[in-house]
Ligand binder design. Structure first.
Ligand code: CS2
Length: 504
């Protein structure tokens, strides 16, 4: 039988499957790896090989491999779920990048992911791979909650079940932090140089934050290990940007039909992509700049700009848009009041930023509004609404804190936070259940049940959730603004609340 004809659920018998052996069967116009994949060796291990990584960093590396940097291939690990590995292993790691806009779709096959593995199935194997000196960069997209930290403070959450487990079982960890430290400990004992840790998640000062968490975890194992990590390991911060909605069955079908063969897990994204990286790679790095990556000495201003303009307005649209019945961001953006509200979130963040000279925040905001309106991306408000407890601090609350410090009003952001509060009660404006996904979902729901849907009780009770709000939750100015916004939201509903907000 033909090994290229790997069966995959939902495909017809006799269909071809994307793989090294079938690349030559693709339609001519579809771009494919312009290099000999069999000569590429891994230099990067990526933790959290989801859609975002495959639409962003892996595409940059694909460009660099085509340019001859053949020792920088990627091995991608999922921490828990076997799904990505199951989809990509029969495809030799190949997958399609479908770039969508109003003008149509562009398909490209990406070849930079050489192999995938599932950490949970073979934790020892992943530790060994990370400990191997050929691995010079370990990058991460494990989402905010994957860092096992307290979002408000950025410190390791020592009571997190995975952290408790990893301290007891250092050789067979579960958490990203546990894997990094297990491998770094081995390198230290072997007298080998460490890898560079490259966080590509939407945390503020992501490099600094992961460095602190890793060091705090290591200190619980050994003081000397923690000292070595502090002295030897580089944690450059990065700002990553590309909108990558979850791949749907319809996307799989559309891509497979364009390919004339099955791709079990393509990724769908927008034309825009940006990656700004702090240039600190003592273990070496590929020539990122050759693929359009911006290398800077301090990424913090850009990270804050992105979190407080893009991600903040994204979350605002997600909560209020969901409550108003919009399934996607693009749908919410067709309502000019929601578009105006998103812009207001961005404009209110501007005075809290200290950008390098020449940065045009108005132009940046305008480009964000345009990207949010991309009619070809089906980016669900529900998807972005996920994990709000991990996202609010760096997206919304940091701006509110700074605005209070500057003596500026916080009404815009208070309405966004009120949207989150109503969302996490788990009941929408029509009384239907919301499938709230959040590590704190149960706790938040219990609070909502104890207060009932009464803004004057619900808002102050939620503001007391320390890991999200910290001391800011006790600030009377914030309490009154958020309570007022939630009162309005319950009285008017999201659509009207956003509208009267504009009128005011
Ligand atoms: C989104 C981000 O899901 C979310 O929370 O706000 O994933 C956003 O699409 C990316 O950060 C864009 O770069």
């Amino acid at each position: 039988s033909d090994p290229a004809k790997v069966p995959v659920s939902g495909t017809k018998d006799g269909d071809f499957r994307l793989s090294n052996a079938t690349l030559h069967r693709l339609p001519d116009q579809i771009r494919r790896p312009a290099y000999d994949r069999s000569r590429v060796t891994p230099g990067i291990v990526h933790l959290g090989i989801g859609a975002f990584h495959r639409a962003h960093q892996a595409v940059v590396i694909d460009d660099l491999l085509a340019g001859g940097a053949t020792d920088w291939g990627i091995v991608g690990a999922s921490l828990r779920s076997p799904e990505t590995h199951d989809a990509l292993a029969p495809q030799d790691g190949l997958y399609t990048l479908a770039v969508r806009s109003g003008a149509g779709t562009n398909h490209r096959i990406v070849g930079s992911v050489l192999a995938t593995e599932v950490a949970k199935e073979k934790p020892g194997q992943l530790v060994a791979r990370l400990a191997n000196p050929a691995t010079r960069i370990v990058s991460l997209t494990v989402t905010e909650k994957g860092y096992c930290h307290t979002p408000q403070t950025g410190d390791l959450d020592e009571s997190h079940p995975d952290i408790v487990h990893d301290l007891q079982n250092p050789g067979t960890p579960r958490s990203a932090v546990g894997f990094l430290v297990a491998a770094l400990a081995r390198r230290r004992i072997a007298g080998a140089a460490p890898f560079t840790v490259l966080s590509c998640d939407n945390l503020s000062a992501n490099g600094h934050t992961v460095g602190r968490i890793v060091t705090q975890f290591a200190a619980l194992r050994s003081r000397n290990l923690a000292k070595w990590i502090e002295a030897e390991v580089a944690f450059p911060s990065t700002m990553v940007d590309r909108i990558v909605p979850e791949t749907t069955e319809a996307d799989r079908a559309a891509v497979s039909s364009a390919l004339g063969m099955t791709d079990a897990w393509p990724v769908v994204t927008e034309p825009f992509t940006q990656w700004i990286v702090e240039d600190r790679f003592p273990a070496g790095r590929p020539d990122f700049a050759a693929a359009g990556v911006q290398l800077v000495s301090d990424v913090t201003p850009f990270e804050h700009m992105k979190l407080r303009l893009l991600n903040a307005s994204h979350s605002a649209l997600a909560y209020l848009g969901y409550l108003a019945g919009f399934e996607t961001i693009a749908a919410a953006m067709t309502d000019e009041r929601f578009a105006a509200f998103a812009l207001q979130v961005m404009q209110d963040a501007a005075p809290t930023l200290a950008m390098p000279e020449g940065t045009d925040l108005a132009a940046y905001s305008a480009s964000l509004l345009q990207r949010f309106s991309n009619p070809a991306l089906h980016h669900r408000t529900w998807q972005i609404a996920m994990d709000g407890s991990q996202k609010l601090p760096q997206r919304l609350l940091a701006t509110m804190q700074d605005r209070l410090r500057l003596g500026l009003p916080i009404d815009t952001h208070s309405l966004a936070v009120a949207g989150w509060m109503r969302y996490v009660t788990g009941t929408d404006e029509q009384g239907r259940t919301i499938d709230v996904r959040d590590p704190l979902a149960a706790k938040l729901k219990a609070i909502a049940e104890s207060t009932g849907p009464v803004a004057e009780r619900l808002a102050p009770a939620l503001l007391e959730v320390e890991p999200i709000f910290g001391v800011l939750g006790a600030d009377p100015r914030l309490r009154s603004a958020v309570t007022g916004a939630l009162t309005k939201l319950y009285a008017l509903g999201a659509r009207q609340a956003v509208q009267t907000f504009q009128a005011a």
